[in-house]
Design a protein around this ligand. Structure first.
Ligand SMILES: [Mg+2]
Length: 496
């Protein structure tokens, strides 16, 4: 005999069922779609580790900051005064460009138009900026520019700015070679602390201090596994570090998967991305003998060998990573793998966007109003030109008189439209400034520069099939989800 249904059990049942009611997924938990992605067509899901599965916090950035400063003083003959530099986590964002020859940092839009620039920590005046960056088209791949494209390299930009200030405070004029050498030294010191184990040994001693644990990570991986997908890890980190970090994140979280390796059929460590994807050599994997539980652990290797191991179509692999070049661009260039880019800093960006949504709508309306006024003004000006020609050329006096009268009215109309245009512009600037006050005070929005996509925003749009702030956002969707984006429209289709 079945148990009677009590009020309490019924309400629990309803609560459990109601979580599957159609509901709007919170903004911060959404995946955003550049290219349609059908999860049912995906048989393998690969993950990068650092800043993708393992998200580092501000304490980690401060630890790296201090170790780089100490390395610069000890191994690169930098003055000990730099040890007093303060780290400002809001100073820089991804997508900035370091102009090494000038001691400048700038943000550009997708057309390489520089919208904001700093020399050291001093913002360049508009005239100064235009004088430097409007003469020639800027090449981001130039020897003297460095694109801040990883979360690891964001603090470097802050350190460089502080050091440029210090260099400038000395008597005399600094040369391009000095500014360049300073940035290259900071880059080299950063690489050194990552390579020589000094950063990793400190992190593994106190993982809880440096990593943000996502409580939904295990459930997200299990959802992929339950829907028949195989998971693999593809990281540049070595086995010991990978094992420490992944154990910290996943061991013992789910009784059915006691060790982190129980989630992954394959773990590739020391991969050497982006070279892993872009190399033309056939680099074999090294089988890595270790206590890895269920996962097979390989090190090194390259994409073409991995593709042979996987067999089948590359289109059935979804790769999830945070590095725009190492994970997303380089894999997209050589493979048909689908890609999901993790942008951890989006969480704050989305929260700000939600707050300014009303003002954003107002900016859009003002933008369209400005366009309409422009059309109107153009019409009035063409009419006035025609009337002036008529007054000069016509042999009929009554036409000349009528044209003169119409011209007077037309000029009054044009002046009114012009005034309204100026007022609309003013309101647009005020509203845009109000919007920008919610974003990074120096650099504004991560994905935008002015009205255009920023360099970073354009890269994400061009290369990532989908993007989101964290891996566990997949949990908000069914494993059979068909992610569809807005229809891609060119301006002439939008205006139709
Ligand atoms: Mg990474």
């Amino acid at each position: 005999m079945s148990k009677p249904v009590t009020h309490k059990s019924l309400s629990t049942f309803l609560r459990l069922v109601s979580q599957f009611e159609p509901q709007t997924i919170r903004f911060n938990n959404r995946l955003f779609v550049n290219r349609n992605l059908r999860l049912t067509s995906i048989s393998r899901v690969g993950f990068d580790m650092d800043y993708t599965l393992a998200v580092y916090n501000e304490a980690f950035e401060r630890l790296a900051w201090n170790l780089v400063l100490e390395t610069l003083v000890r191994d690169f003959a930098f003055p000990s005064g730099i040890l007093r530099f303060e780290y400002d986590p809001r100073f820089a964002i991804r997508g900035l460009v370091v102009d090494m020859t000038r001691g400048n940092i700038f943000k550009a839009d997708r057309f390489r138009h520089v919208g904001r620039a700093f020399h050291g920590t001093r913002e360049l005046e508009a005239l100064e900026r235009k004088d430097i960056y409007r003469r020639d088209r800027i090449s981001l791949s130039a020897e003297d520019c460095y694109l801040v494209d990883t979360l690891f390299s964001v603090p470097e930009a802050c350190m460089y700015a502080a050091y440029v200030d210090m260099m400038d405070s000395r008597p005399g004029t600094r040369t391009a070679a000095e500014y360049t050498a300073a940035y290259r030294a900071i880059r080299a010191a950063t690489d050194q602390i990552h390579r020589d184990g000094s950063l990793k040994s400190r992190v593994t001693q106190a993982l809880q201090d440096y990593l943000d644990v996502d409580p939904n990570l295990s459930d997200t991986l299990v959802q992929f596994l339950d829907s028949g997908k195989q998971l693999f890890l593809l990281t540049n980190s070595d086995w010991n570090y990978t094992n420490s970090v992944m154990s910290f994140l996943l061991d013992g979280v789910n009784p059915n998967f006691p060790r982190w390796t129980d989630y992954f059929g394959l773990a590739i460590v020391g991969a050497g991305k982006p070279n892993f994807f872009t190399t033309h050599e056939q680099i074999p994997f090294q089988e890595f003998a270790c206590d890895s539980g269920k996962a097979r652990v390989l090190s090194g290797g390259c994409f073409t060998v991995l593709r042979e191991m996987f067999g089948g179509s590359g289109g059935s692999v979804l790769y999830v990573g945070d590095h725009i070049y190492g994970d997303i661009v380089s894999s997209k260039k050589v493979s048909t793998w689908r890609s999901c880019m993790i942008v951890p800093e989006m969480a704050a960006e989305l929260a700000a966007l939600e707050k300014v949504s009303e003002d954003q709508t107002k900016v859009d309306l003002l933008f369209r109003h400005r366009q309409r006024l422009g059309v109107e003004l153009n019409y009035q000006q063409r009419l006035l030109n025609f009337l002036v020609d008529l007054m000069n050329d016509s042999r009929q006096d009554e036409w000349k008189t009528a044209a003169r009268e119409l011209r007077r009215l037309g000029e009054a109309n044009a002046a009114k439209i012009f005034e309204e245009l100026e007022e609309t512009e003013r309101q647009m600037v005020d509203t845009q400034n109000r919007v920008l006050a919610h974003f990074n005070p120096r650099w504004g929005m991560l994905f935008k520069e002015g009205d255009e996509h920023s360099v970073f925003g354009a890269q994400v749009e061009d290369y990532a099939c989908v993007y989101t702030s964290k891996v566990s956002n997949f949990l908000s969707y069914s494993p059979h989800q068909y992610f569809t984006g807005a229809r891609d429209l060119l301006p002439h289709e939008i205006e139709l």
